[in-house]
Design a protein around this ligand. Structure first.
Ligand SMILES: [Zn+2]
Ligand SMILES: [Zn+2]
Length: 978
């Protein structure tokens, strides 16, 4: 018997705009069935486009029951002026201090020297989007090794059921965002698994220490105690190369009964660049050119005989022990041995005395010929400067087929070589000549290749994207995949050529996702394609959808009508029309605000790149919002791991490059890893894309802790950015700066770029004195702002950066970017973006739209104040209503709280996002008064001109998931935030 939900009852009695907040109403104990949606039916419906009726099942939340007891004991505070409880300790960052320090242990494995199964396997992360380096898994019964951990590795492993907890070692072939972007998230996930957490050995060249140092800004030390760097530390002095030359012997990292793994360092050779090869550079793809560009950079850098951090690359050599020959009992008997312990001794390789004859019996007398253990090489040769060094490495000589043995060394037969090198290097004749020296080895080309672009690696989310696109192409434009245009784009020819050339030279195959090369059992040595997922074509996906949900055919039609309807409405002035329809209290809020009058489609598009919380999951990536201002550039609000990959899924491989090039500013809400670990990758790509183009460093606005991370990270890789503290972009601060700016006659020749240069002081002493004299008089608002104990603001840094922000906003057609503090963790912010006023056709000024993004937060007064009258409020809704206790303990919001905020501040539209990964595809919703609200899905692209239609699409979107509103109870769901 369905009972009305308490909040629905409330809804009957209160006008939403005057609604007081009663969190106690959302009792976690009220397990009533969700009421059927009271969606606002438009008064003048144009056709029979009745939204399908929704019947939301409440799913069991049993796994949270045991935690509830604990959470309830957390002392709650109320935010000033409202009754929203929150976890004060957490908000102030004191929630961890009283916890016992975790000492994360490495797993102790009982090794199995007689491994029955062993293989190497391509984990194809980034093979489709080309945003990151694929990883390689080396598998043994009791040990797992992974080479490289680019962004999305965790998400990939979740989808393919590769247990991260079973991984013992991660090796990096280089230390940069491309190969290690997924490492922070991985370490945090591992640290959070189970009650004790676990750790993993992370190996990389000496540059790894820079990355580890940077990650300390947001990852507990305990999670990183097993990070180990090897090889000489690279200084920027001229001796570096000499020092490196001395260190050319393989460095043994792991040597046990199962495998020996050693590292051979490859540094770019000074002057070993372009001049060395006579290769024709014409006709190469953009990617290849990019590689050449970075190569050119390396060679210029190296003319001064210095090697920068991040330049070092590693060849990993994995050697399995030899397989002993079979014991032959008849031979043993012939030599006078009785069956017994001596048989075993011989099998272990020891000689024994014959029982019946006066002779020593040696293992070779009774054992068949042993088979040498397989040898696998992983080669990452990023540039031609590395290639010349690679080709001359002495330590690789024993592995070449033409190796002529001297007394000290024995030649080894390489079984398999996995190439992570880019296509431009693979196609290099010298590289091919070098690869040929491994004789009969099987070569697997795992560097980026266009062949893989059309095959989505994360199939589950690609499938959902395809379904959403089928239902509502207006909000879900066709992703880069599924369209085979990519394959016929210029550039693909040269890669096809590479494949042919390569195969003429030696035994090679292009890597595919989950391609295996079996090492044990010996009888199966070789390639194994049986795990490569079969491709599901777009028509197959859609026809499956039709048979699963037959109503979808009508829904597609109705969604189309919504858009056709909205186009008609736009032609007649919507404001007046809607005024006439007011009947129920919320309908006047449905009035199209004047800022959207005749708005152009190329004004603004909001792309929800990642809509999940905590950690990347199968269906939802972590937080990121792309603000596309078309010709006026673009911005990112938050930038979780995998943001670049998501951009590539949305805009295609080339389109995403354009999107990254157009970035004017990146705003980060707070230091939790699900909001910023994709930043380094985006910034590194932007740096490469704009290398030859005059440009300004991009402005990163973020919480204080992020600055430390980025500064530390930049010792590894230049990120070509300027940092501005969110704190300096609050309203109070901006006001204060306004005054400063008008007080100081600021010379425009003083470029803000140089503020990153320590030697240049932008604001000289005179200006500073003037500022302090005029503005920081005792007791003034400015003084209390600047000199307050919690605001150690360096005005000489902040003022030029704010000037820069102003320029950025002007270029972007924005009037303001204002951060406001929220209740979540220390230094957590939300943000307001306000468009500049525009002039309509009759010369009338029209106010700009206002978008508010909440970041992660409890409902709080600052957020409400900032959101007043917003055109669009993008609000986190981590938890369903029944988990309000959980929301309070973790300082997040529930669905209803987010909607209530939007309603009470008169926001025109609300988009809910940042859903707990407990809800794998769609959050549990109570669709009461969702008449102005829509929920976000990954890659949802909302054009500002479509805001009016947005809530009406929701019932159709949920139709796609009507059978799937289950809660993911899997134990892998742990949080990056704790
Ligand atoms: Zn978050
Ligand atoms: Zn957070």
């Amino acid at each position: 018997m369905p009972l009305p939900h308490p909040s629905t009852l409330r809804f009957l009695f209160f006008s939403p705009s005057k609604l007081p907040f009663f969190p106690s109403l959302y009792s976690p104990k009220s397990h009533s069935l969700f009421t059927v949606l009271a969606s606002s039916p438009p008064k003048r419906r144009r056709s029979t486009t009745a939204p399908p009726s929704l019947n939301f099942k409440r799913t069991n939340s049993s796994s949270f029951r045991e935690t509830k007891g604990k959470e309830n004991s957390v002392p709650m505070e109320e935010t000033e002026g409202t009754s929203f409880g929150f976890n004060k300790k957490r908000a102030e960052g004191r929630d961890k201090t009283d916890l016992p320090k975790k000492n994360l242990q490495l797993k102790v494995r009982k090794l199995n020297p007689v491994n029955t199964i062993s293989y190497v396997q391509i984990l194809g992360t980034g093979m489709d989007t080309q945003d990151t380096s694929p990883s390689v898994l080396l598998f043994f019964d009791k040990q797992r090794f992974i080479f490289n951990a680019g962004e999305g590795l965790q998400r990939f492993c979740t989808e393919h059921k590769i247990k991260l907890s079973k991984i013992d070692h991660i090796f990096l072939s280089r230390v940069c965002s491309e190969t290690a972007g997924g490492l922070p998230g991985l370490l945090l996930t591992l640290a959070g698994i189970g009650d004790v957490g676990m750790s993993v050995n992370v190996w990389g060249p000496s540059d790894l220490k820079y990355l580890v140092d940077a990650m300390k800004s947001f990852i507990p030390n305990a999670a990183m105690v097993h990070t180990r760097s090897f090889g000489p530390t690279v200084h920027s002095d001229a001796d570096a190369v000499d020092e490196l030359s001395k260190c050319r012997d393989p460095i043994v990292l792991v040597d046990d009964e199962v495998v020996k793994i050693s590292a051979i360092l490859v540094h770019p050779r000074p002057n070993g660049g372009l001049g060395l090869f006579d290769e024709d550079d014409m006709g190469h793809s953009q990617e290849q050119r990019r590689n050449h560009n970075s190569e050119a950079r390396s060679s210029t850098t190296n003319t001064s005989s210095t090697i920068k951090p991040g330049d070092m690359s590693v060849v990993y050599v994995c050697e399995l022990p030899e397989i002993k020959g079979k014991f032959d009992p008849s031979k043993a008997a012939a030599l006078g041995l009785k069956p017994g312990p001596k048989y075993r001794e011989l099998q272990l390789g020891n000689s024994v005395m014959s029982d019946r004859q006066k002779i020593m019996v040696h293992p070779s007398d009774v054992l068949g010929p042993s088979v040498p253990g397989p040898v696998v090489l992983l080669v990452d040769c990023p540039t031609e400067s590395h290639l010349s060094e690679l080709m001359s490495l002495e330590s690789l000589r024993p592995y070449y087929e033409d190796f002529s043995s001297d007394q000290t060394e024995i030649g080894k037969v390489v079984t398999c070589v996995i190439h992570l090198s880019p296509a431009s290097i693979l196609g290099n004749p010298n590289y091919q000549k070098w690869a040929k020296r491994f004789g009969s080895a099987q070569h697997i080309m795992a560097g980026h290749d266009r062949k893989n672009v059309a095959i989505p690696i994360l199939r589950a989310s690609a499938k959902i994207a395809a379904r959403l696109n089928h239902l509502c192409p207006q909000l879900f434009p066709a992703p880069g995949f599924w369209s085979h245009q990519q394959l016929t784009m210029p550039g693909s020819d040269s890669c096809a050529l590479t494949e042919i050339e390569v195969s003429n030279h030696y035994k090679s195959t292009l890597a595919e996702n989950l391609l295996k090369f079996t090492l044990r059992p010996y009888a199966q040595l070789g390639l194994d394609r049986s795990n490569i997922p079969s491709q599901e074509s777009l028509p197959e996906i859609i026809s499956a959808l039709h048979s699963e949900i037959p109503e979808i055919v009508d829904a597609v039609e109705h969604v189309g009508q919504l858009w056709r309807g909205s186009a008609e409405t736009d032609e007649r002035t919507p404001v007046e029309e809607n005024n006439a329809m007011v009947e129920e209290p919320w309908l006047n809020e449905n009035k199209v605000p004047s800022c959207l009058e005749n708005i152009r489609r190329d004004d603004l598009e909001i792309v929800l790149l990642g809509t999940g919380s905590s950690q990347p999951s199968k269906y939802r990536n972590v937080s990121s919002i792309y603000i596309n201002l078309f010709s006026k550039g673009s911005m990112l609000l938050d930038c979780g791991e995998g943001t670049l990959g998501q951009l590539k899924r949305r805009y295609g491989v080339e389109g995403a490059d354009a999107a990254v090039r157009s970035l004017r500013c990146i705003w980060i809400s707070h230091i939790h890893a699900d909001h910023h670990t994709g930043l380094a990758r985006i910034l590194a790509l932007r740096r490469d894309l704009l290398r030859e183009v005059p440009h300004e460093p991009v402005l990163v606005i973020g919480p204080r802790q992020l600055k430390r991370y980025l500064n530390a990270y930049q010792r590894l890789e230049d990120l070509d950015m300027q940092f501005l503290d969110c704190k300096d972009t609050t309203e109070a601060s901006l006001e204060a700066f306004q005054n400063v700016a008008s007080e100081i006659d600021y010379s425009p020749s003083e470029s803000p770029i140089s503020s990153t240069n320590e030697n240049s002081t932008l604001i000289d002493g005179a200006i500073r004195r003037k500022t302090e004299a005029s503005l920081f008089v005792k007791g003034s608002r400015m003084q209390s702002y600047w000199k307050g104990p919690s605001s150690p603001v360096d005005i000489s840094t902040a003022v030029p950066l704010l000037k820069r922000l102003n320029e950025v906003l002007n270029e972007a057609g924005l009037e303001a970017l204002i951060s406001f503090p929220v209740v979540h963790c220390p230094q957590a912010y939300g943000v307001v973006l306000k468009a500049a006023e525009r002039v309509n056709l009759d010369g009338k000024g029209i106010p700009g739209w206002k978008i508010v993004y909440s970041g992660d937060t409890r409902p709080c007064p600052k957020l409400m104040e900032a959101s007043r009258g917003a055109t669009l409020l993008i609000h986190e809704a981590t938890f369903e209503d029944s988990l309000v206790d959980e929301a309070m303990a973790k300082n997040h919001s529930t669905t209803s709280e987010a909607i209530d905020i939007g309603n009470s501040v008169g926001a025109y539209r609300i988009i809910l996002t940042h859903f707990s990964q407990r809800y794998p595809k769609i959050p549990v919703l109570d669709e009461k008064h969702m008449h102005k609200t829509c929920i976000a899905f990954d890659l949802m692209s909302v054009n500002v001109a479509d805001l009016s239609v947005l809530p009406k699409v929701l019932p159709y979107l949920t139709l796609l998931f009507r059978d799937e509103m289950m809660v993911d109870e899997s134990d892998d769901v742990v949080t990056l935030e704790s």
